[in-house]
Each structure stands twice: as structure tokens, then as C-alpha cells.
Design a protein around this ligand. Structure first.
Ligand code: CA
Length: 233
């Protein structure tokens, strides 16, 4: 498994590399967006740790260019951001990143997130069934997610891999109440190390993209004291 680290702050880059190499990952690193694109094209890594604020070409642009050019190997992208406000902004932008971390973060947490993403790669089998409910269509083979309005006109949803799988899990069983550990098991497998509340973060991100009013969700509903359920129509 190869990881490309794109981070202009040398100390952070070294820390990330140290922890990942200790876990047996092969790492390359660079400090700016143009070099990142060059290294990605020369030899596509399995995963890119991508800082948002970079000289010349920022992380959003790097991410967009990689996603615009679907190759044989589409890397996972873990985006690093400096502040909470930046995070809110990039979630709204549908960047194509698979996960985000806010600095300062614990290196152990970062390793756990990297492992979680890469494990999903290995688990990417099956899940070729399409799901259709009155307002949504999910087609895993084409990686297509659409929402339909009252006139049945479709709008494409730009979901991360994780958000897509989360919605697919919900749509596979409308009305079922899922607790956090069941969702973690579905999405990451049973080797998940970390805080179960990560589920809440991903549900919040999914709601921002699929709910007309994310604060008052009509599809992905909270079941107090238990978890979540998906209902549509
Ligand atoms: Ca930076």
C-alpha cells in the first residue's frame, strides 16, 4: 500500500510519514499541489493525504483534478484542514475527498482513518445492487447517486465513497433502525478502532448533501438513544 503525503508544513509531514512508515506503509511526500499532481500521474498511490492550504495549487484544486480524470486506479483522499470553519466550507463544496481530519489531530487517529479507508478498498466486493426509493436512486456499478424532486427530475448527488456506502446501507433496508456499531460493521468491517461517534459525523455530512433541510431531516432520521433509520415515502 502506497501513500502520498502532500503537506507544506515540514513538521506535520514528517510526523505523518513517521507514523505511517512505522505501520508498514510506503510513503512519498511533497509540499505543493503541482508536484502532487506530477507524482500522482507518475505512479498513482493507494491513498493521498492532502492538506487543504498549499502553495500555488490548493488541496481542493488537486482533489478536483484527480477526480476529473478517472484512471484505472482512483486513490482514496484524506483531506487535512486547519480549522473547523474550513471544514464546514469544504463539506459544502463536495470536494471528492473520502474523509477529512481537522488539525491538530492525533497521529494514531490518522493511522486509524487511513487503515479504515484502505480496508474499504479490499472489501469492495459485491454491492452491485441498485436501490430506488421515491426520492433516490443509487447505482453502485456506475457509482451514480441521484435525488428526484416532485416532478421526478433527477439531480446528481456528489457523494464521497463513504457517504455513498452509508446511503446504500440505509436504502438496503428502509425503516430499519441501525445503531452505530451496526453501521460501523457495515462500512468498516469489524476491525474498526476509533470513536463510534465518527458515524454521527458522516451522517451529518450525508444529510447536508441529501436533505432539503439538514437540521430537520426527512430521510435519514435520528432514533433517540439508538441510532438512525432511513425512510422515504
Ligand atoms: Ca498547509
Amino acid at each position: 500500500m502506497e501513500i502520498l503525503i502532500v503537506e507544506d508544513e515540514a513538521e506535520i509531514a514528517q510526523l505523518i510519514q513517521l507514523y505511517l512508515e512505522r505501520e508498514g506503509f510506503a510513503c512519498r511526500s511533497c509540499r505543493d499541489g503541482m508536484t502532487a499532481l506530477k507524482l500522482w500521474q507518475e505512479q498513482p498511490p493507494d491513498l493521498i493525504i492532502l492538506d487543504l492550504m498549499l502553495p500555488e495549487l490548493d488541496g481542493l484544486e488537486v482533489c478536483a483534478r484527480i477526480r476529473q480524470k478517472p484512471g484505472t486506479k482512483d486513490p482514496f483522499i484524506l483531506m487535512l484542514t486547519a480549522k473547523g470553519e474550513e471544514l464546514d466550507r469544504i463539506i459544502g463544496l463536495s470536494t471528492g475527498a473520502d474523509d477529512y481530519m481537522v488539525k491538530p489531530f492525533s497521529p494514531k487517529e490518522m493511522v486509524a482513518r487511513v487503515r479504515a479507508l484502505l480496508r474499504r478498498n479490499l472489501r469492495q466486493v459485491g454491492a452491485t445492487v441498485s436501490y430506488r426509493t421515491p426520492h433516490f436512486l443509487l447505482d453502485p456499478e456506475q457509482r451514480l447517486a441521484q435525488r428526484f424532486d416532485e416532478n421526478q427530475s433527477p439531480e446528481n448527488l456528489d457523494l464521497t465513497t463513504l457517504e455513498f456506502d452509508l446511503l446504500a446501507t440505509f436504502m438496503s433496508f428502509p425503516g430499519r433502525v441501525w445503531n452505530r456499531s451496526q453501521l460501523i460493521d457495515k462500512l468498516w468491517g469489524n476491525n474498526f478502532f476509533g470513536d463510534e461517534r465518527v458515524v454521527d459525523t458522516h451522517v451529518a455530512r450525508l444529510r447536508k448533501k441529501i436533505e432539503p433541510d439538514p437540521a430537520n431531516p426527512s430521510f435519514v432520521k435520528t432514533v433517540i438513544g439508538v441510532g438512525y433509520k432511513f425512510e422515504d415515502g
